[in-house]
Design a protein around this ligand. Structure first.
Ligand SMILES: *Cc1c(COP(=O)(O)O)cnc(C)c1O
Length: 427
């Protein structure tokens, strides 16, 4: 990456060249998936007959907002789903997941997580932590989880026996803040098959955050009942300013819409203000932006593997999400890495991130995010809880070249702090 703008330690530049060489065939695979998904999304736009009039927003109740209805239709088609609820007024992925769970579950029901502990922010929603604040548990919904096996994979035998009689089987596709493997679409298809065999009445809900468009299929393509995610991650294409989605079986999406707005009104209300055009555009860009994020991720994994760190997954692994996890081993390493990523961001590059007690998270967390959209993790961002083994979770990159520059600056910052030792340049 020769240019006059960023000067890297020459030894680091040699590592860059080597990482790029190793990644070339992986990048080619990513491009092939992106081409497929771009065609899928383009076709969905055509089938739904998107036109310029759909970009005009509505106000007030938002009755008869055609843009809102057509966006749901395009999104559903792109996700191989019957219907979708794509709204700027989901405040986050956690909110969309909450609406989905409260939409489907009733008092006396049991929710079973098939993939161990859910994402940190879901603990209070479910009622694993906290009491009396209106969690699912406060409303009489029972929660159980089938822990992952020691190797990080789902316990298929445990699932088979314990899923019988559950109302919801909950699957988290991406690793989140853990070092387990993310679940490929093929693995999700197997879980779906096992659940259906054990008890066909169970509803399967997938936390699809960070997974959209990384593979050619989505969990809904292989039989999941609902998928849920955030629009400031993959499917917003870096353009959506806020929002979330729920997609899947029509009658379940309707139940969720009753929870988002009100019973009886559901999808018929909710003005779009001026957000529609950006949600359409974001979806259109999403497959190519996701490809940039996956390339950034693959590069980071290859580079830090070469530098001697433990990385998850391997740079050439089959990918199902955009997250790279790297064990940086020390608090100083984690902090320096995030500060380097911040330096490589287009916005707030001069800010020095520090660890803080973020609401909803149990440990101190450090986050680097110099994004056009606050908190958007489809944009280059890195974060990690300040606990052993000081793993950093890296995601995003609106363009692959700027993403790689950010990763190089992270390595350089670690080098400057003594948190990275270069033994030799001839890799
Ligand atoms: C991001 C994410 C969520 C939701 O997080 P928000 O910050 O509320 O959007 C849930 N699950 C996983 C696995 C995630 O990555």
């Amino acid at each position: 990456m020769e240019n006059p703008f960023y000067q890297f330690d020459p030894r680091l530049s040699a590592y860059f060249e080597e990482a790029e060489k190793r990644c070339a065939p992986v990048y080619a695979r990513i491009d092939e998936i992106a081409a497929y998904n771009e065609a899928k999304v383009l076709h969905a736009f055509g089938e739904a007959r998107v036109s310029e009039s759909h970009f005009a927003g509505s106000t007030g109740y938002g009755y008869g907002d055609r843009g809102r209805e057509v966006l749901d239709a395009v999104f559903a088609r792109a996700m191989d789903a019957e219907d979708a609820l794509v709204r700027h007024n989901f405040v986050s992925g956690t909110h969309a997941l909450t609406v989905a769970l409260f939409g489907v579950l009733r008092t006396g029901d049991r929710m079973l997580s098939l993939t161990g502990a859910p994402y940190d922010t879901m603990e209070e929603v479910i009622g694993i932590r906290g009491e009396g604040s209106g969690s699912l548990r406060d409303f009489g919904v029972e929660y159980e989880q089938v822990d992952l096996l020691p190797d990080g994979t789902p316990d298929l035998e445990g699932i088979r026996s314990r899923v019988v009689g559950a109302k919801v089987a909950y699957i988290q596709r991406s690793r989140g803040y853990s070092l387990r493997e993310s679940l490929s679409i093929a693995s999700i298809a197997e879980l779906v098959r096992i659940v259906r065999e054990a008890d066909p009445s169970v509803r399967i809900i997938v936390d699809n955050c960070y997974g959209e468009f990384v593979e050619k299929q989505e969990p809904t393509s292989v039989g999941a009942d609902l998928i849920v995610g955030s629009l400031i991650k993959n499917p917003g294409g870096g353009i959506a300013k806020t929002g979330g989605y729920i997609a899947g079986k029509k009658e379940l999406v309707e139940l969720c819409s009753y929870r988002l707005t009100c019973v009886g009104m559901g999808k018929e209300v909710g003005c779009t203000l001026n957000e529609s055009r950006e949600l359409f555009m974001g979806l259109f860009f999403a497959p190519s932006v996701v490809a940039s994020a996956v390339k950034t991720s693959v590069f980071a994994l290859a580079l830090f593997d070469l530098l001697g760190f433990r990385v998850y997954p391997a740079y050439d692994a089959h990918r199902t999400d955009i997250i790279a996890a790297i064990e940086l081993n020390t608090r100083e390493g984690l902090v320096a890495f995030c500060q380097g990523i911040q330096k490589g961001s287009p916005v707030d590059s001069f800010v020095l991130p520090e660890p803080w007690d973020m609401p909803g998270y149990e440990n101190e967390v450090i986050m680097a995010a110099g994004a056009f959209t606050l908190g958007a993790s489809i944009e280059l961002s890195a974060d990690g809880p300040l606990r052993e083994p000081y793993a950093v979770y890296l995601q995003g990159g609106l363009t692959a070249n700027t993403g790689k520059t950010g990763v190089m600056l992270a390595a350089q910052a670690m080098l400057g702090q003594g948190a990275l030792k270069l033994y030799s340049q001839n890799t």
